[in-house]
Design a binder for this molecule. Structure first.
Ligand SMILES: [Zn+2]
Length: 242
């Protein structure tokens, strides 16, 4: 477990290649993503270490229906009793995770047989989850988070912004890997054009409200993240014109 900012922790266990965040607010805790299947025990243990009980979790928001983000959602829904929320368009992937395929790029197509067999490995055997709450773009949650629909990586992908605390949870709308802010990898991104439009949206509609950005993959950017996202959006726009 890592304290990132006041009231924000990364609860991902060391063997996860993804982050999941705990967000503290007036009435309890909200989980943002749930790591891989089987990670629920480590997540609950981290919550206990912080002095809370599983029942303090008031909502589980899933940024998108990929196994590394929704993997433990069903177990955590069952144990905490908290509602699971996702974008309305993403519901199908949570209810039937095997619908999720890699992209139609050559590399993505080559990977499809492995996706089809992945559920045979316990680490990738994801339990479907029926969301309790369907979110839409612009919706404001009582914990201070605004839902931003950022489609592309998946059709119902969302990011979450607290405009007061100036913190953005990007999910996989952006990656911060190898010290470089970048779009999500094309091999796993269903619609790359939309993914880039979503980066534009984050940059130009919300960029001025963002100081810190916390990613599904890669270390957080704690200062001036809005400017970094705007610079990336402009770079992608220039690249598109040539
Ligand atoms: Zn991911």
């Amino acid at each position: 477990m890592n304290a990132i900012l006041p009231g924000v922790w990364d609860l991902a266990p060391p063997d996860a290649f993804v982050h999941c965040y705990l967000w503290q607010w007036d009435e309890g805790l909200t989980l943002i993503d749930t790591c891989l299947p089987g990670h629920h025990q480590a997540i609950l243990e981290a919550i206990r270490q912080l002095g809370h009980s599983p029942q303090d979790v008031k909502r589980i928001v899933i940024t998108h229906g990929d196994i590394d983000h929704m993997g433990s959602a069903r177990a955590l829904q069952r144990i905490t009793g908290a509602p699971v929320a996702c974008h309305a368009v993403e519901k199908a992937f949570l209810e039937n995770p095997r619908q999720r395929k890699p992209s139609r790029t050559l590399a993505g197509l080559a990977l499809r047989p492995f996706y089809a067999l992945a559920h045979l490995l316990p680490r990738f055997r994801v339990e479907p989850v029926i969301p309790d709450q369907l979110l839409v773009d612009g919706e404001k949650l009582p914990e201070g988070l605004t839902v931003i629909h950022t489609p592309g990586h998946t059709p119902g992908h969302i990011s979450l912004l607290d405009p007061e605390r100036r913190i953005l949870f990007t999910g996989d709308a952006l990656h911060n890997r190898g010290g470089k802010l970048q779009p999500p990898p094309p091999i796993f991104t269903l619609d790359m054009d939309n993914a880039i439009r979503s980066i534009w949206k984050l940059a130009h509609k919300y960029g001025k409200q963002i100081d810190a950005a916390l990613f599904g993959h890669g270390p957080p950017i704690l200062h001036d993240a809005g400017e970094r996202i705007r610079a990336l959006a402009d770079e992608l726009y220039q690249a598109d014109r040539h």
